[in-house]
Design a protein around this ligand. Structure first.
Ligand SMILES: Nc1nc2c(c(=O)[nH]1)N[C@H]1C(S)=C(S)[C@@H](COP(=O)(O)OP(=O)(O)OC[C@H]3O[C@@H](n4cnc5c(=O)[nH]c(N)nc54)[C@H](O)[C@@H]3O)O[C@H]1N2
Ligand SMILES: Nc1nc2c(c(=O)[nH]1)N[C@H]1C(S)=C(S)[C@@H](COP(=O)(O)OP(=O)(O)OC[C@H]3O[C@@H](n4cnc5c(=O)[nH]c(N)nc54)[C@H](O)[C@@H]3O)O[C@H]1N2
Ligand code: SF4
Ligand SMILES: [Mo]
Length: 756
């Protein structure tokens, strides 16, 4: 049944979601026989990395969940039909709501790397349950950056690496982790152009660092000192863009004062980087026409993460690198996923909530307590927190302590294995999907991916699951939908009128809008894009905010018309659409602070900066002699993709998930490539194979992410699940993000070699 037709879709293995062309074949016509990058895709333009070619391992996972599962008293599962599953799940959640309040029902996930429509539909289920608290992986990586960015700029920024003169990567290895379109092409261009400079700040000699003009090989966990020194050099050497500072910022005096206290030489020495090289990098940044800079997990999951996010912004703001080509910009995403502090705190621990998300590291504490406001039930969707959050052991305990855990997934994940009910979802190639990771500039694209094939008997798209749950909860009736069905039959202009009249103007129904759209607009759409119905509503909201950007992208008229033509274009253009076209000179007008001025002075973080002085000193990396190594738990490598693909055979290389150890450390421990070693942290211990690596510095070791998922009946399949080794309390004091890249560890050689 091989077909030579190239169907249009995208890769779901990282946030870039490169456009793909896919041929289907195999006995059932459901296998991915050929894949290539889609040249029509507005962002990736034909680019795809090695991982995309292995997507058949995702689509055709032999352990695919097909029917709803209900947990028996003895912990085993039995298959139940959908009607039973939906009515029992609705009844149990309704009972939790009626006894303890909807606030005790927690929602986790809603979108992995490739699918954010489930989160949009889940909003209706949450509304029907009165559930308020939620979180996702973003609250263990990006919330520190969101918080700082919101306080300084009232907005979230991204960077234009394609056109920058100087590109900086701080704790980021885009060669493997991407996160910018066509990463390897952009990196190579930056690297080989003598007029441009690539600066990489990473303790490891990464693939990206290999391409760099300047590699600041910081000691692990000491970026705060390094970046403070860089910012201080800008002041010390008069590299500040005074005209920009005067025109657009507040609070520079306090910042200059604080930075003038930085003992540059001492901080560089403590950070382990030659002062001359630090000054060279700072000078290059200060003198360049444009600088683009990206911070990621190497610093965001590390000590002083929030302070580093602040100092990092200081480096590019003091040099005026926002709002011009090749620098930072404020994008117009279709739906914003970033957000600031609204003053709310989590109900038990009182943790600061950024962007509406409870910090991941406190969720277990908010369950394992007698506190009356504890979470009693949880819905987990398209996420695997029993594997991905700190201290898996404790998190499993927390999940088991819940009254009810419902997991919506395509596979029996580590989290699903603890659920009372597991509801099987169609894969991302069996339904329409999209992501809200669209941050490009000046042209910003969005792809509504049509499904490639219908789901097999059993699994349902999340949109359908949420619609059924909302109906089973009694929140929506046929009578509510009737006027919309009627209007939809007459065409979308009629539908729009009816939607405002019967849905948006009625508080009871407005919160259920996603499911109402799916039930009433969905059936009028081509079957391949039916689950995209919610985008009609999101496009409308977007048009009201960003009408000018839409108009420049060719969508003219009043906002409701713009939204509708955009929606139609998304349906008609499977490779994706440029939906917003922006202007560089409008960026500074988007600063969401009083008088549009950037707030440089954040007193709490300047106070933390002042404390760095006390930290300087001592040569050893570790603070605890029992744990002389620093473990980076969860590094992105060639064939890692969180836990999206479970079959270990998908990896063409790196399949053993080895622990990287420096040549010096290997020599002193008597370790060779492939030897087994016992790795022990405060939270746990595991035996792992060693890869002796010249890329590592002494005292620093690293484990890949995405390993240690069960497959083929084995619970502890290949490699180590990194969060068996991490701790909940190793977290940022401001926003609770974990310090996964800074886990104190010990190595003990063992004589046996691990099984291949
Ligand atoms: N191949 C692949 N790509 C992915 C993913 C995947 O699973 N696999 N996941 C996607 C996701 S969800 C995300 S969030 C991104 C993350 O993308 P990255 O943040 O780039 O990923 P990591 O490899 O976890 O960490 C980046 C770097 O931090 C460095 N680092 C460790 N300790 C320190 C330190 O103390 N200081 C500094 N400066 N650096 C340090 C590591 O050496 C590493 O090179 O990747 C995305 N892309
Ligand atoms: N120690 C340590 N821990 C980390 C990290 C680290 O660097 N170190 N990185 C962290 C980061 S940055 C991230 S983003 C997280 C990622 O961790 P999570 O957000 O938990 O995401 P995944 O592991 O990708 O889990 C995705 C789940 O979605 C399921 N799935 C796939 N397709 C579909 C679908 O169409 N529908 C549904 N309903 N389910 C689907 C998969 O089977 C899988 O179970 O991990 C974090 N954890
Ligand atoms: S893994 Fe990321 S960079 Fe590679 S093809 Fe997929 S989306 Fe693109
Ligand atoms: Mo992530």
């Amino acid at each position: 049944m091989a077909s030579t037709e190239w169907k249009t879709s995208a890769c779901i293995l990282c946030e870039c979601n490169c456009g793909l062309k896919i041929q289907l074949g195999g006995d059932d016509g459901r296998r991915f026989t050929k894949l290539k990058g889609d040249r029509e895709h507005p962002m990736s333009q034909g680019y795809a990395c090695e991982k995309a070619h292995r997507l058949d391992f995702y689509q055709n996972n032999p352990e695919r969940l097909t029917l709803p599962q209900r947990r028996r008293a003895d912990g085993t599962y039995e298959t139940v039909d959908w009607d039973t599953a939906i009515s029992e799940v609705a009844a149990r959640l309704a009972q939790v709501r009626d006894t303890h309040g909807g606030m005790s029902i927690f929602y986790y996930g809603g979108g992995g790397q490739g699918n954010h429509l489930p989160g949009a539909y889940a909003a209706a289920t949450r509304r029907a349950l009165g559930s308020r608290w939620r979180s996702s992986a973003l609250a263990q990586e990006k919330t520190g950056e969101f918080w700082v960015s919101d306080r300084m700029l009232g907005a979230f920024t991204r960077s234009d690496f394609e056109h920058c003169e100087v590109g900086v990567f701080l704790g980021k290895n885009p060669w493997h982790s991407h996160s910018i379109p066509r990463a390897r092409v952009t990196l190579k261009e930056l690297s080989k152009d003598p007029a441009r400079t690539l600066i990489v700040i990473d303790p490891r000699r990464t693939e990206t660092a290999e391409l760099a003009d300047i590699h600041l090989q910081v000691k692990p966990g000491r970026d705060a000192w390094l970046v403070a020194a860089m910012a201080a050099v800008l002041v010390d050497e008069g590299l500040i863009d005074d005209a920009f500072i005067d025109a657009h910022t507040e609070g520079v005096e306090a910042v200059k004062e604080a930075l003038s206290q930085v003992a540059i030489a001492d901080y560089c020495a403590y950070a382990g980087v030659d002062e001359g090289l630090v000054r060279k990098a700072a000078r290059r940044i200060g003198e360049a026409e444009s600088v683009a800079s990206f911070e990621d997990l190497g610093v965001q999951m590390n000590r002083h993460s929030t302070l580093v996010s602040y100092l990092h912004r200081m480096v590019w703001l003091l040099t005026g690198n926002i709002g011009k080509r090749g620098s930072q910009y404020i994008p117009t995403p279709l739906l914003s996923i970033a957000g600031g502090d609204t003053g709310r705190v989590s109900p038990v621990v009182g943790a600061r909530i950024i962007g509406g998300m409870v910090p991941c590291n406190v969720i277990a504490e908010e369950i394992l307590t007698e506190h009356p406001k504890r979470y009693r039930a949880m819905i987990v969707e398209t996420a695997n927190p029993a594997h991905s959050l700190a201290d898996s052991k404790r998190f499993r305990e927390a999940l088991e302590a819940l009254d009810t855990l419902v997991v919506i997934d395509v596979a029996m994940s580590e989290t699903a294995k603890l659920a009372d009910y597991v509801l099987p979802a169609s894969t991302q190639y069996e339904k329409a999907e999209a992501t809200f990771f669209n941050f490009e500039f000046p042209d910003n694209g969005f792809q509504l991916r049509p499904r490639l094939m219908s789901p097999p008997d059993g699994p349902l798209p999340e949109a359908e699951i949420h619609a059924r749950l909302v109906e089973a909860l009694g929140a929506l009736s046929e009578a509510d939908l009737a006027p919309l069905h009627e209007a939809a039959a007459k065409g979308r202009p009629h539908y729009a009128g009816a939607f405002f009249k019967h849905v948006m103007s009625q508080p009871r129904l407005a919160g259920l809008a996603p499911v109402i759209l799916y039930r009433t607009l969905g059936p009028t759409l081509p079957v391949e894009v039916r689950e995209g119905a919610v985008l009609w509503g999101l496009a409308l909201r977007f048009a009201q905010k960003a009408s000018a950007s839409l108009a420049r992208a060719g969508f003219k008229g009043p906002p409701p018309l713009q939204a509708d033509t955009l929606f139609q274009a998304l349906i008609d253009t499977p490779s994706g659409v440029v939906f917003a076209r922006d202007l560089w000179d409008e960026v500074l007008g988007r600063i969401g602070k009083p008088d549009g001025r950037i707030q440089l002075e954040l007193p709490d973080l300047l106070a933390e900066l002042a404390t760095l002085q006390d930290g300087v000193g001592g040569d050893g990396l570790a603070t605890d002699p029992d744990f002389p190594f620093i473990l980076a738990a969860g590094e992105r490598r060639s064939f890692t993709a969180n836990t999206i693909i479970r079959d270990p055979a998908w990896r063409k290389k790196g399949g053993s998930g080895a622990l990287r150890v420096s040549t010096d450390d290997a020599a002193s421990l008597g370790l060779r490539d492939g030897d087994a070693v016992r790795l022990t942290t405060r939270a746990g211990s595991a035996v792992v194979a060693v890869e002796v690596s010249t890329s590592m510095q002494q005292g620093h070791i690293s484990l890949p992410n995405g390993f240690g998922v069960g497959f083929g009946g084995l619970d502890e399949a290949s490699g180590i699940a990194p969060n068996e080794l991490t701790s909940i309390d190793a977290r940022d004091p401001f926003v609770g993000t974990p310090w996964h890249k800074h886990v104190p560890a010990r190595l003990t050689p063992v004589s046996t070699r691990p099984a291949p």
